[in-house]
Design a protein around this ligand. Structure first.
Ligand SMILES: Nc1nc2c(ncn2[C@@H]2O[C@H](COP(=O)(O)OP(=O)(O)O)[C@@H](O)[C@H]2O)c(=O)[nH]1
Ligand SMILES: [Mg+2]
Length: 377
């Protein structure tokens, strides 16, 4: 009945060359199997909880065959962000209204609110600027813009806390968030980034709710030469991820990134699934997951706040990725999230391709959103 635990990684492990200075993966695997055979009570519990599923399929990309995506030219933050409503609104405001007066500040407040900065945060920002303006601190609109820039950067600096993938091997990253926000895409980008940094990465196709989700993850794996652990559609997500964590340990992988479903038949179903995933991981590593990364679509506006609140209750979120900030995103939701939760913003998505994920940088972000200087007519 438990054969699938023992069998499936065995065939694939031998394909992996043992890395220098590390325990040979085959031995590591044997040790894992032995550990399972000796069935500690916690592993028994894990097994009892996991329905015996179809054998996992390890989607090994043929090593030299698929060339990784050619590196597209990395566009600057400003190039990516200047299309946002935020950037456009501010540019046109200062062009239309170069005079420093209360009306300008009222309009500025409206732009900030429209860009999803949040009502409270917007009025706090603007009132602080208003006081300084009345004290004649600003010589011209450029000076006001510089002050706004600094105030915005100050809001974001506390959440500029990059993810440190260290201290655990494998370092387990659980990706959560509602459907369509960019979870699978972000996993693909992270896999590419960490692989390029020389880490051995493994992906777990834990969104078993939709067959397309598994296929999509496999495509990212192939494209970037990163193995994907998957089972058939409707497989138990916790079992897939448990499996993947075992495989990652056997292979001495550096990072395991696990995809999850964004929606199940019921909200309670999603809650149960995510807590089961976390519980089952802990049978193998009491500290796992080491990062619960919630992906938020930057175009969803204030709804992002309630999404995060809900996921906080389901599973302790430890970091955020805000996607789709390129193009038409309003961009202000990043400030609202920073102010409301203070959770680290690890990365932002500035496009759809593999290299369009940036480590969050408060100053680069604000510089990208704001016009550099004011065009004068
Ligand atoms: N423009 C843009 N599109 C993105 C970004 N991240 C994801 N997407 C797109 O959003 C859509 C949904 O992404 P997906 O990863 O399938 O979302 P999931 O359901 O959360 O896994 C896809 O069309 C992605 O290409 C981003 O940073 N910028
Ligand atoms: Mg997905």
């Amino acid at each position: 009945m438990l054969k699938f635990w023992k069998k499936k990684p065995a065939e694939t492990i031998s394909e992996q060359p043992a890395e220098q200075g590390q325990m040979p993966t085959a031995d590591a695997h044997a040790a894992d199997v032995a550990a399972l055979d000796n069935a500690s009570p916690t592993l028994d519990e894990a097994r009892a909880e996991l329905a015996p599923a179809e054998p996992a399929v390890v989607d090994e990309p043929p090593p030299p065959a698929v060339a990784a995506e050619p590196a597209p030219t990395r566009r600057s933050w400003r190039e990516r962000l200047s299309g946002s409503g935020f950037a456009k609104g501010l540019t046109s405001l200062f062009v239309r209204h170069p005079k420093l007066d209360d009306e300008l500040l009222d309009e500025l407040e409206t732009i900030l609110i429209t860009a999803d900065v949040g009502v409270e945060a917007s009025s706090t920002l603007v009132e602080a600027l208003r006081k300084r303006m009345h004290k004649r601190e600003f010589a011209d609109a450029d000076a006001l813009l510089a002050a706004l820039r600094e105030a915005l950067v100050a809001m974001l600096l506390p959440v500029q806390l990059p993810l440190k993938v260290a201290g655990h091997k494998p370092f387990v990253v659980l990706i959560v968030g509602i459907n369509g926000v960019g979870k699978t895409t972000t996993i693909g980008k992270l896999a590419r980034r960490w692989r390029d940094e020389g880490r051995q990465v493994l992906l777990a196709a834990g969104d078993t709710f939709r067959a397309a989700a598994v296929a999509q993850l496999k495509t990212w794996g192939e494209r970037n030469n990163v193995p994907v652990i998957a089972q058939g559609q409707d497989a138990d997500a916790a079992s897939v991820i448990f499996d993947a964590l075992q495989a990652a340990r056997s292979r001495n992988a550096d990072v395991l990134i696990a995809d999850t479903a964004g929606r199940l038949h019921t909200q309670g179903g999603l809650m149960d699934e995510l807590s089961k995933i976390a519980r089952v991981m802990k049978k193998l590593d009491a500290d796992a997951p080491h990062e619960v990364l919630m992906v938020i679509d930057g175009t969803t506006g204030q709804n992002a706040i309630s999404q995060l609140r809900q996921f906080q209750q389901i599973v302790g979120v430890t970091g955020l990725v805000v996607t789709k900030l390129d193009g038409t995103a309003k961009g202000g939701v990043v400030f609202a999230l920073a102010r409301e939760f203070g959770l680290p913003i690890r990365f932002v998505g500035l496009g759809e391709s593999a290299t369009d994920l940036r480590t969050f940088d408060a100053r680069a972000y604000v510089d990208g959103l704001l016009p550099a200087t004011l065009a004068r007519g």
